[in-house]
Ligand binder design. Structure first.
Ligand SMILES: [Mn+2]
Length: 265
């Protein structure tokens, strides 16, 4: 068997959230070709935007080229499909929840992990936990991934949404963390910018107890109010496409950032 050729370019893309036309526009702008390029989706492909079904269909169809990590909105969709949660009024998942036919994406979705590691990068939807060592955090996320993929789906989703077990807290952090308190405990209620945050809260990536992976940049999304953000350790890619701002793509080999304004649908 011949070895697969190395990817020409690999792009990480933030929270698309059903903004399918904006996804197509940015793929066009970066000249993305699924035959030669790779795409890392940072999670939250679906919900709030108008075309979740199309975005999911695109990622599923090009699964050979697209690496996905799960975000909170994918977990919510899995839970809605299985009656563990009810859609809330802000959701735009009705097409995906309309009939059994749309559950065809479920087997593929439940195979996706909560983090992925590469030579120089670590992909996670929201962030790392200041409360765990990196190895413990990864072990918990891996266990949750195996349970979601191979275990009883309903009981796994119930456990994750109950939020009490260490497993649920690790997944909660990986998929939802923004700000943490001095103890490193996530405050899931605050969704604004770091500048406007109440005293005592700080972005997860500034907490002194974060156990950073060696020589790997963390690529994350989930935090629209933070916007496109980069320092030596992290790249935050949620630039608020679904909130009528922009969609961002990050070239993991060159560090180039490309953005498109939200394409109205
Ligand atoms: Mn999110």
């Amino acid at each position: 068997m011949t070895q697969a050729p190395e990817k020409q370019n690999i792009w990480a893309i933030g929270d698309v959230q059903g903004c399918y036309e904006s996804l197509l526009a940015i793929l066009d702008k970066i000249n993305f070709s699924p035959k030669i390029d790779g795409l890392w989706m940072v999670g939250d492909m679906v919900n709030r935007g108008p075309k979740s079904l199309e975005v999911l269909n695109f990622c599923h169809e090009h699964a050979q080229a697209v690496d996905v990590v799960l975000g909170n909105h994918e977990l919510h969709l899995l839970a809605c499909w299985n009656g563990i949660r009810q859609p809330n009024p802000k959701d735009s998942l009705s097409e995906l929840l309309r009939d059994e036919q749309q559950k065809r994406f479920e087997p593929w979705l439940r195979q996706q992990p909560f983090y992925r590691e590469y030579e120089n990068h670590f992909l996670v939807h929201a962030g790392l936990s200041p409360q765990s060592s990196l190895s413990d955090f990864k072990a918990m996320l891996h266990q949750a991934h195996l349970q979601l993929r191979d275990g009883d789906l309903n009981s796994t989703l119930s456990e994750l949404f109950q939020g009490e077990s260490q497993l649920a807290q690790s997944v909660g952090c990986a998929t939802r963390v923004r700000m943490v308190n001095e103890m490193g405990i996530p405050d899931h209620g605050y969704k604004g910018s770091p500048q406007d945050a109440p005293t005592g809260l700080q972005p997860w990536f500034t907490h002194e107890s974060i156990d950073w992976p060696e020589n790997k940049k963390i690529i994350f999304g989930h935090w629209a109010a933070l916007g496109l953000f980069q320092n030596n350790q992290v790249v935050g890619l949620d630039s608020g496409c679904v909130w009528r701002r922009s969609l961002s793509a990050y070239n993991v080999k060159t560090g180039q950032v490309v953005q498109v304004n939200r394409v109205s649908q």
